[in-house]
Design a protein around this ligand. Structure first.
Ligand code: MN
Length: 193
C-alpha cells in the first residue's frame, strides 16, 4: 500500500492568524509530506506494505513506527480544524467533559497545561476508552494513544515546528489560540464513532 498525502479541507490561509500560511507551507507542505514519503520508502518490499496505517503503527518500531505514527498524527491534527466550525463541544461529548472535568473551560485548562508541560517534542491527546471515558495524555515524539488501546479524538502538536514561526517560544499561547480553530463537530463525530 502506498500512502498519499490528503489535501487540506481548507485554504492555506483559512486558519490565519492562529496558524499562518507560512506555517501551513512548512508543517503540512514539508513536514507532513516528508513523514509520508519516508514511510513509503521504508515499507517498500516489507510485510508493512500490505497493512493499513493504524496496523503499521501498532506493529512496528523504530524508523517505520516514527514515520507511520507521525504521518497519522499530522493528518489527524490538520483535519480537526476549520475557520467556521462548531466552537464548543455539544451532545454526549459535552456531557462527558462536564462530568469528568467540571466544565469545558476546566477541561481546556488541563489540556493546555498537559501540552505546555510536555518536555521536548510530542503531542497532547484527548482520547476515549471503549466505555466512553475521556483521558488527557502527553506523548513524546511520535507516540499515539492507539498503541495503548485508546481511541484518539483530539490532538495538539507541540513539536517546535508546529508553532515556532508564528509564536516563537510561546508554546502556551499557541495552545490557547488553537481552540479558536478546533471544529467540535469533528471531535464530536470522532467521540461518537
Ligand atoms: Mn508536526
Amino acid at each position: 500500500m502506498k500512502f498519499t498525502q490528503p489535501r487540506l479541507p481548507y485554504a492555506v490561509d483559512a486558519l490565519d492568524p492562529v496558524i499562518s500560511p507560512v506555517t501551513i507551507d512548512y508543517h503540512y507542505g514539508k513536514h507532513e509530506k516528508a513523514y509520508i514519503d519516508n514511510l513509503n520508502s521504508l515499507i517498500k518490499d516489507t510485510p508493512f506494505e500490505e497493512m493499513p496505517l493504524e496496523e503499521i503503527i501498532c506493529k512496528s518500531e523504530g524508523k517505520i513506527f516514527n514515520n507511520a505514527s507521525q504521518a497519522w498524527n499530522h493528518i489527524f491534527y490538520f483535519f480537526q480544524f476549520s475557520p467556521t466550525g462548531l466552537k464548543e463541544p455539544c451532545g454526549k461529548l459535552k456531557d462527558k467533559i462536564e462530568e469528568q472535568f467540571g466544565s469545558v473551560d476546566e477541561f481546556k485548562k488541563k489540556f493546555e497545561e498537559a501540552g505546555a508541560t510536555l518536555f521536548g517534542s510530542g503531542w497532547v491527546w484527548l482520547s476515549r476508552d471503549d466505555k466512553g471515558a475521556l483521558f488527557i495524555t502527553q506523548g513524546g515524539n511520535a507516540e499515539n494513544p492507539m498503541t495503548k488501546g485508546l481511541k484518539p479524538i483530539l490532538t495538539f502538536d507541540v513539536w517546535e515546528h508546529a508553532y515556532y514561526l508564528d509564536y516563537q517560544n510561546r508554546r502556551a499561547e499557541y495552545l490557547q489560540k488553537l481552540w479558536n480553530i478546533v471544529d467540535w463537530d469533528i471531535i464530536g463525530i470522532r467521540y461518537d464513532d
